[in-house]
Design a protein around this ligand. Sequence first.
Ligand code: AHM
Ligand code: MG
Length: 326
Amino acid sequence: MNQSDNLITLQSHILEGEAKHPGATGTFTWILSALALSAKVISSKIRRARLDDVLGSVGATNVQGETQQKLDVIANETLLRCLGKREGVAVVASEENDEAIVIQKNTGKDGRYIVLFDPLDGSSNLDTCGAVGTIFSILRHDPMAEHVDETVLQKGTRQVAAGYILYGSSTICVLTTGNGVSMFVLEPNVGSFLRVAENMRIPESGKTYSVNEGNRPTFEPGYQRYLEWAQANGYSSRYAGAMVADVHRVLIQGGVFLYPPTKKAPEGKLRLMYEANPMSMIIEQAGGKSCAGKTRILEIQPSKLHQRTCVVMGSPAEVDRVLSFL
Ligand code: AHM
Ligand code: MG
């Protein structure tokens, strides 16, 4: 941000967007403010880790059989508390809950949106002070749906907004409402997210790949051939182990992020609806590409809430290159 730039908070940015839609009721703005509030609360808890007793596992596993960290639970509860009573939210669904939670069944002005989230992505990084994130996706609710799955299981192309918060050396929020990508930094002394970038564009290419190379022996041959090619052509490897951190680096510096199918996770590890879809919408809105094998991720019709997918996303030239090896 230049010292001469106007100071725009996330709140004013959202209101600016709402003003461009004369029929807007403010419901959507209200939901984004709830997400911003959750992000501030979660950020402050993470910043106090090691001072307060919030690290370590709770001794339970979530629906996907993963060990839950105390902060996974705190972040999930924070989001549910911030969103639960908000007008306009019909359904919320989280990585940490077995099923989508129906908040209100009413039609009309109330209950128009579905909010899906991964409360704390990459939480196994917490013990070592590594980066973690929150990812969210917002869909329209179908009030005529008889069963919650009918309204929730929508393709990523139908997202009305997507974003992530990265709790790294700063806390940042990257957001799209389908009209470009903007970035905000949390100013902790003021307690507001301030806009630092608009219309972000991912570099067309970038000589960095981001993948868990420990899994390489079980990758399909095409991925292995790509990695051989990249190594022979002077590419660097970067992997934080938190998708939010890895994809954010790719967004800023270019390159490609991959999580191919592995022996342990033959469908891929990442969750389609609240990890891959929102990150794909952001990457595409910034001019990048995002695929599962040769299929565009946003076009995948989900059949269950916690469905997994493989992922190749990033600079368009680099994604095309990976696909050319498959
Ligand atoms: P989580 O949501 O349970 O934290 O798991 C998702 C994370 C991603 O952030 C990251 O890209 C990936 O899992 C890392 O997995 P691995 O340790 O297998 O490389
Ligand atoms: Mg995750």
